[in-house]
Ligand binder design. Structure first.
Ligand code: SF4
Length: 472
């Protein structure tokens, strides 16, 4: 055991990467490593990378340049690069940044301690990838930073081929976990104080097809209902083509699955959707929205939209705008398209000039802001239950809670604000070391007052991004 050793992890990108980083941290802590806040204090520095964002590789090499300066001072520092960009660039990373010690894939996370050991023994960089998922990362020890919420991966990889997306080539085909394993993990998490879980997968609605011959996502949602201590279940991301009535009915029936659906639209033009290989049309998307809203009372709907996909005409963009006006999403993540190396779309003709993309993006953002504001204003005067997340990022005198519909509400709770931090109860390293079965532990950080508790609020105000509330 390396009891005195320390680690630092920087995570880029999506929730799946956050989930994987919790496992990387858990593996290191089982080996006796301790988390530190800055790389200059660390014996191991891990970059868990993302290949989706623009200029991801430039940013990685920038970060690796900074870490080289740290390694110049501390030559014993071991630098690890994992995640999707490591999958995409593999040996290039060691060639461009020879001070990197380990480059590893997304399907062999469990190998981190052994790879570090090999570097110690052999003194040369190690590059290791696996074409198959030998161990589901969820089955590995985890170190969570949040005591009431946990990410739970139900599926890895993706069988689709959206032309703008790098995920299938860096994360491989879909691999689902067995329902019993997922339920076992959630039960253990709840026994450890977790009350909210977010199920993760690239295409959760096709969950189970690879191992049960038919999608089992609705069954999974229903099976989670009734686990002792579990109060809220969220999930991300569904693909509209696979979002079907049984899942909507399971959402409506379950007492723990939240009334929030994030259904990525990407474009309101059937022609562009075809170029994106999304396998649904504008009309099919609208049908799914109508079905979900009819079955799930009080549903909040959010989405992702890409503006300026190659070949998008003004008429195509007008279709996106009109769909946004028709559906009235509660909120939307909107993206300006830019080519991502390694994707089919990056090689397409008819790339749209950046100034046209930006101009369309601004029009879309303006419309969505107005709609988000109107939808939030419609809740003024209502009573809502929120799960407290902690102090508001903008105003530390206020707390922030989240409704079941995934809306943020800022409010004042005089008993909690200014109460300082409470000592953490039952923090987890000892438990993590002792129990690979439970295999999850919260950080040793102090507890945040009110965090993970429910409050009932009256909504008193609204903005496009959040609501204001009054404690009742
Ligand atoms: S469904 Fe499409 S966008 Fe989502 S991960 Fe798979 S290929 Fe990428």
């Amino acid at each position: 055991m390396n009891k005195s050793k320390t680690y630092w992890i920087r995570t880029f990108g999506c929730q799946m990467n956050e989930h994987d980083s919790e496992r990387l941290a858990g593996l290191l802590e089982v080996q006796g490593y301790r988390k530190v806040a800055t790389p200059d204090l660390a014996d191991v520095a891990v970059f868990n990378t993302c290949a989706i964002r623009e200029n991801a590789d430039n940013r990685l090499y920038g970060n690796l340049g900074h870490i080289k300066a740290v390694k110049d001072v501390n030559p014993d520092l071991k630098v690890v690069v994992g995640g999707c960009l490591a999958e995409k660039d593999r040996e290039t990373i060691v060639r461009k940044a020879p001070w990197v010690d380990v480059v590893m894939g997304t399907r062999n996370i469990e190998a981190l301690p052994a790879l570090l050991q090999r570097v110690e023994e052999q003194g040369i960089p190690v590059v290791e990838f696996s074409e198959t998922l030998n161990v589901f990362p969820s089955a590995l020890p985890a170190r969570r930073d949040n005591r009431f919420h946990a990410w739970v991966a139900i599926q890895y990889g993706c069988n689709n081929a959206c032309t703008f997306c790098i995920v299938p080539s860096v994360r491989g085909h879909e691999d689902s976990r067995r329902i019993g394993d997922i339920l076992g993990e959630v039960k253990d998490l709840c026994a450890d104080g977790v009350i909210e879980v977010t199920l993760l997968g690239q295409n959760v609605n096709s969950y189970g097809r690879d191992i049960y011959s038919t999608p089992k996502f609705a069954d999974l949602l229903l099976a989670l209902d009734g686990i002792e201590g579990l109060k809220r279940v969220r999930y991300t991301s569904p693909h509209p083509k696979d979002f079907r009535e049984p899942v909507a009915r399971a959402m409506a029936e379950s007492s723990v699955v939240c009334e929030h659906l994030h259904l990525p639209l990407q474009s309101g033009s059937s022609r562009v959707l075809k170029l994106m290989k999304r396998s649904y049309s504008r009309e099919k998307f609208l049908d799914k929205v109508a079905m979900a809203r009819e079955i799930i009372p009080g549903l909040a709907l959010t989405t992702d939209i890409i503006v300026g996909f190659p070949g998008e005409t003004e008429e195509d963009f007008a279709q996106t705008l009109s769909l946004v006006e028709e559906v009235r999403f509660d909120s939307a993540f909107t993206f300006q398209y830019s080519p991502r190396p390694g994707t089919v779309a990056a090689t397409m003709q008819d790339q749209i000039p950046p100034e046209v993309v930006t101009e369309r993006f601004n029009r879309l953002a303006e419309a969505q802001h107005r709609i988000s504001l109107e939808r939030n204003e419609a809740h003024v005067g209502e009573m809502v239950e929120v799960l407290v997340e902690g102090p508001s990022k903008k105003n530390p005198d206020k707390l922030t809670g989240r409704t079941r519909t995934n809306k943020l509400v800022h409010f004042t709770d005089r008993e909690l604000v200014g109460a300082g931090v409470a000592p953490a109860a039952g923090t987890g390293l000892g438990r993590l070391n002792a129990s690979i079965g439970v295999s999850s532990a919260v950080a040793d950080a102090p507890a945040i007052p009110g965090q993970g508790e429910f409050r009932t609020l009256e909504i008193t105000g609204a903005s496009p991004s959040h609501m204001e509330g009054r404690l009742v």
